[in-house]
Design a protein. Structure first.
Lengths: 362, 264, 301
C-alpha cells in the first residue's frame, strides 16, 4: 500500500501492578492514512489495552504513539481529537439521539447552528435522520451502534477507534453493519483501528490485520497474507482451520511426514530440522477413488494419496469431510455444489498443490 | 399436618407479627385525637387540640426549625464529600482504597452513645457543643456511611464506558462528571440525600450529648418534654413526624419511579 | 478538530502516576471531617478513660486505671453491665424468633403484593424511635390498651405491670428492631431456592424434616447476622430503656449519659464506654466464630 504512515506505535508496553506478564509487550504497529487496521486476537491478548492506550484512556508503561507525525503519548485523552465506538455502545442514556451525536461538537465549542447541521448530516449518513429526537433507550441495538458511530464520526476524528463494536449484536445484524461501517469508513477516509476477536469480521472489513497473542503482535498483513501464509502455528489455528503435521524439514522445501513420505512444500526460510507443516482444508481436493486420468498421477508438485471418508458434515454451501489417509485424519472442505456428497466409508483419493503445504515456525 | 392447615397457621402467625409491628404506630394515631390529657386508652373523644398544642409549644416549634436547619446543612455537606469519595472508590484503583472505604463506612459500627460521648468530650473544650457547627459535623459523620454506600451502588450500575466515550469526545474529567456521571447517578444521590436527611432529622442520642440551651433539635426537645409530660400532644407530634418521613419517602419514590420509566 | 489545533508541546518530564495521587483529592474532604469529628474524638475518649476524676467536674490528666477499677469492683456498675448484657441477649433472641417467620414469608410469597408487604415490614424503621417508644407507653401502660382490654374482659382485677420494668423495655425494643432484623435476614435468604424444598419433598421429606434439613441451615447465616445487629443496637439503646424503663431499668447507655452530663465524671463515662465497646467486640467475635462454623458445615454438605 502506498499511503504514508499516519499512526505509528513504537515499543508500546503496558504492565499492571501485581501481574507477572505485561498486558502489552513492546509492540510496534503502523497504520497508513485512510487505512483500516484490525487488531485480532483471543480475549486477554492485549488488543483492547492497545486500543485504549491509543485513545489515551490507559497510560502506557513505556513506548510512544505518534499520530500524523506528532507524539501524542502524553496528551490527555480529551485533547487527542479521536473518535471511539464501544462494545456496549456507551451512549449517554439521559440525552436524546441528536444530543448524543452533538456532544463532541459541543465540547469543541462548535456554534449551535453548525452543530445542528453537522448532526443532521451525519445522522442521515447512518440512515437515522428520522430518529433524531428519540431517547437512546428506545432504539434497537443496531440503531444504537449506528448512533455511536455517528457520534464518533461527526467530530472528524483524527483516528476512529472501534472496540468490538459488533459483538453485542446478533449475527444477522452484524453482517449488515460490517458492510455499512466499512463503507462509511472508506467514504470518510478516516484512519481506523478496529478491535475484534471475530476472524470473519477482521478478514472481511480490514485493509490489514494484526493478529495479537499474549501481548505481542504475532503477524501483520493483508487478510489474504494472514490466511494463506500464516507466520506461526498460532496464527494458522486462530484464523480458519488447518491440518498440522509435526515433522522434520530434511532438505530445503522437503519434509518427511509419517504415512505420507517425503513431501514438497512452498519455499520457506526456516532452518532444517523440526518444523510444523500446514495445509488448509480448502486446499485439499478430493478425487474419485478409481480416477485414472494421467494428470492425476502423483508428482512432487501434486501428490496423490488413497483415503477413506470417516465423517461428513453438510452445511448447505459447504461439505466438511474427515478423511483417513494411512492412519492420519485430514480435514477437507469442498463446495457442496460440485459433485456428489460422499458418505462414511467411501474410498477417495486426496491431492493438493505443494505450494499450499506451508512450513510454520513456532 | 396437611398443607391447608399449615398455610392457615402460617397466615395467622404472619398476621400477628404485622399487628405487633404496627400496633404502637396505630395507637399513636388514635391517641393523638384524644380529648384526655393523660396517657390512657381507649380515647374519650375526638379533638384536634393536641395538634394545636404542638404548634403552640415553643420547644417543639423551635426544635423543628433547628432540626430542619441541621438536617439540610448536614445533608448538603454529606452529599458533597460522599459523592467525591464514592467516585474515588468506584472509578480508581489505588493503594489504600479498601482501607479508606472501611474508614468511611465504619461510623455505622460505632454505638451512637459512644460516639455522642466522644464528641462531647472532644468538642466541649473547643466550644463546639450547644451550637450548629458541632451538631452538623456530628450528623455528617452519622450520614456519610449511608450516602457513600448508596452512591457507590449507583456508580457501579452506570456503564463506565459512557464516561470514557465523553472523554474521547473531548470532555475533561470535570466536564465528564458534570455532563455524564452526575446526571446518571442523580437517583442514587437523591436516595443518599433522603437517607442522610432522615438519619439526621431522627437522630436523638448524639444530639442529646451536643445540645444544651441554645440549640435543641426536635428529638431532644421531645425527649425532654416526655420526662415530665406524655399527653396527646406527644402523640400528635409523633404523627406529624411519621407523616413527614413517610411523605418524603413516597414523594421521592414517585419522582424517582417516574424518572426511571422515562429512561427505559 | 484537526491535529494542528492539538497542543504541540510535550511536557519535559513525564507525569508519573498523576491519576494515582490526584484521586486522594476526592477523598480528603470527607476524610478531614471524619478525622476531626469521628476518629480523633474516638481516640480521645479512649485516652479519657485513663484520666482521674477529682470531683466537682475536675479531671487530672494522668495515666491511671482508677475508673476501670471502679467499674469492675462496684457491684452497681457490674449489675448495670449485667442488665445491659441480659437485655441485649433477650431482645436479640426474641427479635430473631419474631422476625424469622415474617422474613421467610416475604422471601417465599408469590403474592402480587409482595413489594407492598415488604414495604409494610420495613417502613416502621422510618418512624422515629422516640415516637414508637411513646406508642408502646400507651399500649403497655397501667391504663394502656392491653390493661384496659384485660380489665374490660374481667381477666384481671389489678393492672399487670408491663411498663416501667425490664419486660416493657424488651417488648418495645423487639418491635423497634424488628424491621432491621427482617432486612438483615432477607438479604441472606437469597440463597433460599424453593426448588430445593420441592426436591426434598419429592424425595419424601415431610414438612418438619424439610424445614430442619433444608430451610433452617440455608437461612442460618442471615439469622446470625440479624441477631448480631439487634444485639449491638440493643446494648447501645438509650431512649427506650429510659422512657419505658421509667427509671427502674439501668443500662450502660443511660449510665454513660448520666456520668458525662450530670456527674461530669468524664473518665468514668469513658471507662463505661470501653466496657460497652468490649461487649460489642465480644459479640462480633462470637458471631464470626459461629458464622465460620455454619459456613464450614454448609460447604461440607
Amino acid at each position: 500500500m502506498a499511503e504514508s504512515t499516519f499512526l505509528q506505535i513504537r515499543k508500546l508496553r503496558k504492565e499492571y501492578p501485581g501481574t507477572a506478564t505485561p498486558a502489552v509487550a513492546d509492540i510496534d504497529l503502523s497504520v497508513g492514512e485512510g487505512e483500516l487496521l484490525a487488531l485480532l486476537g483471543p480475549s486477554g491478548c492485549g488488543k483492547t489495552t492497545t486500543l485504549r492506550m491509543i485513545a489515551g484512556l490507559i497510560e502506557p508503561t513505556a513506548g510512544t504513539i505518534e499520530v500524523g507525525g506528532q507524539d501524542v503519548t502524553r496528551i490527555p485523552v480529551h485533547k487527542r481529537g479521536m473518535g471511539m465506538v464501544f462494545q456496549s455502545f456507551a451512549l449517554f442514556p439521559h440525552l436524546d439521539v441528536s444530543a448524543n451525536v452533538a456532544f463532541g461538537l459541543e465540547m469543541r465549542g462548535v456554534k449551535a447552528a453548525e452543530r445542528r447541521s453537522r448532526t443532521t448530516a451525519v445522522l442521515e449518513r447512518v440512515e437515522l435522520g428520522h430518529l433524531a429526537d428519540r431517547r437512546v433507550g428506545q432504539l434497537s441495538g443496531g440503531q444504537q451502534q449506528r448512533v455511536a458511530l455517528a457520534r464518533a464520526l461527526v467530530v472528524d476524528p483524527t483516528l476512529l477507534l472501534l472496540d468490538e463494536p459488533l459483538s453485542a449484536l446478533d449475527a444477522k445484524l452484524r453482517e449488515s453493519l460490517r458492510v455499512q461501517i466499512r463503507e462509511i469508513q472508506q467514504a470518510s477516509g478516516t484512519t481506523s483501528v478496529f478491535v475484534t476477536h471475530d476472524q470473519d469480521e477482521a478478514l472481511s472489513m480490514a485493509d490489514r490485520v494484526a493478529v495479537m497473542n499474549n501481548g505481542i503482535v504475532a503477524q501483520v498483513g493483508t487478510p489474504t497474507e494472514i490466511y494463506e501464509r500464516p507466520a506461526s502455528v498460532f496464527v494458522a489455528t486462530f484464523i480458519g482451520r488447518a491440518n498440522l503435521f509435526e515433522t522434520q524439514q530434511v532438505s530445503a522445501g522437503v519434509v518427511d511426514v509419517a504415512g505420507f513420505g517425503k513431501l514438497s512444500t512452498a519455499a520457506s526460510a526456516l532452518p532444517l530440522g523440526s518444523v510444523t507443516a500446514m495445509i488448509r482444508p480448502q486446499s485439499i481436493h478430493l478425487l474419485e477413488a478409481d480416477a485414472t486420468a494421467p494428470e492425476l498421477l502423483s508428482t512432487p508438485a501434486r501428490p496423490v494419496f488413497d483415503g477413506v471418508v470417516r465423517s461428513t458434515s453438510y452445511t448447505g454451501d459447504q461439505v466438511a469431510y474427515r478423511v483417513d489417509v494411512s492412519g492420519t485424519t485430514l480435514e477437507v472442505e469442498t463446495t457442496a455444489t460440485l459433485g456428489r456428497i460422499l458418505s462414511q466409508g467411501d474410498r477417495v483419493r486426496v491431492t493438493w498443490s505443494s505450494d499450499d503445504l506451508r512450513l510454520l515456525g513456532k | 399436618m396437611n398443607d391447608a392447615v399449615a398455610n392457615t397457621l402460617n397466615r395467622v402467625v404472619v398476621g400477628a407479627i404485622f399487628t405487633f409491628l404496627w400496633l404502637p404506630i396505630l395507637v399513636i394515631f388514635v391517641v393523638s385525637f384524644d380529648t384526655s390529657t393523660f396517657l390512657r386508652f381507649p380515647p374519650e373523644g375526638f379533638t384536634l387540640d393536641a395538634y394545636a398544642e404542638v404548634f403552640s409549644t415553643p420547644a417543639f416549634v423551635s426544635g423543628l426549625w433547628t432540626s430542619l436547619i441541621i438536617a439540610v446543612f448536614a445533608t448538603a455537606l454529606t452529599l458533597i464529600v460522599s459523592t467525591t469519595a464514592a467516585l474515588a472508590f468506584t472509578r480508581y484503583n489505588f493503594r489504600g482504597s479498601g482501607g479508606a472505604q472501611a474508614f468511611f463506612l465504619s461510623p455505622l459500627l460505632v454505638p451512637n452513645i459512644v460516639l455522642g460521648l466522644a464528641l462531647l468530650l472532644f468538642f466541649a473544650p473547643l466550644g463546639l457543643t450547644d451550637g450548629y457547627v458541632g451538631l452538623i459535623l456530628a450528623h455528617v459523620v452519622l450520614c456519610i456511611p449511608y450516602a457513600v454506600r448508596t452512591i457507590m451502588v449507583s456508580l457501579t450500575t452506570v456503564d463506565a464506558s459512557s464516561e470514557d466515550a465523553a472523554r474521547v469526545l473531548g470532555a475533561s474529567n470535570f466536564v465528564t462528571f458534570r455532563r455524564v456521571t452526575l446526571p446518571l447517578i442523580r437517583p442514587g444521590i437523591i436516595a443518599g440525600g433522603v437517607l442522610a436527611f432522615l438519619v439526621s432529622f431522627d437522630e436523638a442520642i448524639v444530639s442529646l450529648f451536643l445540645s444544651g440551651f441554645a440549640v435543641t433539635p426536635l428529638p431532644v426537645a421531645l425527649l425532654d418534654h416526655m420526662e415530665t409530660q406524655a399527653g396527646p400532644e406527644v402523640a400528635a407530634l409523633s404523627v406529624l413526624l411519621i407523616v413527614f418521613s413517610l411523605g418524603i419517602v413516597l414523594i421521592i419514590e414517585r419522582v424517582l419511579g417516574l424518572s426511571k420509566t422515562l429512561r427505559s | 478538530m484537526s491535529l494542528a489545533e492539538l497542543p504541540t508541546t510535550t511536557p519535559e518530564k513525564p507525569r508519573p502516576r498523576r491519576r494515582i495521587s490526584g484521586v486522594w483529592w476526592l477523598i480528603i474532604p470527607g476524610a478531614l471531617i471524619l478525622l476531626f469529628s469521628y476518629l480523633t474524638p474516638m481516640l480521645w475518649v479512649v485516652r479519657m478513660a485513663f484520666n482521674r476524676f477529682i470531683g466537682g467536674g475536675g479531671i487530672e490528666l494522668t495515666f491511671s486505671f482508677d475508673s476501670f477499677s471502679e467499674v469492675f469492683t462496684d457491684p452497681y456498675y457490674l449489675r448495670v453491665a449485667g442488665t445491659t448484657l441480659a437485655l441485649g441477649c433477650w431482645v436479640a433472641l426474641l427479635t430473631v424468633v419474631v422476625a424469622y417467620p415474617l422474613a421467610l414469608f416475604l422471601a417465599r410469597t408469590t403474592s402480587k403484593y409482595k413489594a407492598l408487604l415488604t414495604m409494610f415490614a420495613i417502613a416502621p424503621m422510618l418512624v422515629s424511635s422516640v415516637a414508637r417508644t411513646y406508642g408502646w407507653m400507651v399500649v403497655l401502660g397501667n391504663q394502656g390498651l392491653i390493661n384496659t382490654v384485660l380489665d374490660s374482659l374481667g381477666l384481671v382485677d389489678r393492672p399487670i405491670q408491663l411498663s416501667n420494668n425490664f419486660l416493657g423495655v424488651v417488648i418495645a425494643l423487639v418491635q423497634i428492631f424488628l424491621p432491621y432484623a427482617v432486612l438483615a435476614m432477607s438479604s441472606g435468604f437469597g440463597r433460599l431456592d424453593t426448588n430445593l424444598e420441592q426436591a426434598a419433598a419429592s424425595l419424601g421429606a415431610n414438612r418438619i424434616t424439610r424445614f430442619v434439613r433444608i430451610t433452617l441451615p440455608l437461612t442460618l447465616p442471615g439469622v446470625l447476622t440479624a441477631a448480631l445487629l439487634v444485639f449491638v443496637l440493643t446494648i447501645s439503646a438509650y431512649v427506650t430503656p429510659r422512657l419505658i424503663g421509667g427509671g427502674r431499668v439501668f443500662v450502660l447507655a443511660a449510665e454513660i449519659y448520666d456520668q458525662a452530663t450530670n456527674q461530669l465524671n468524664w473518665p468514668l463515662a469513658a471507662a463505661l464506654s470501653m466496657v460497652l465497646i468490649i461487649i460489642f467486640g465480644a459479640a462480633i467475635s462470637i458471631y464470626q466464630i459461629l458464622q465460620r462454623r455454619v459456613e464450614r458445615r454448609m460447604s461440607g454438605l
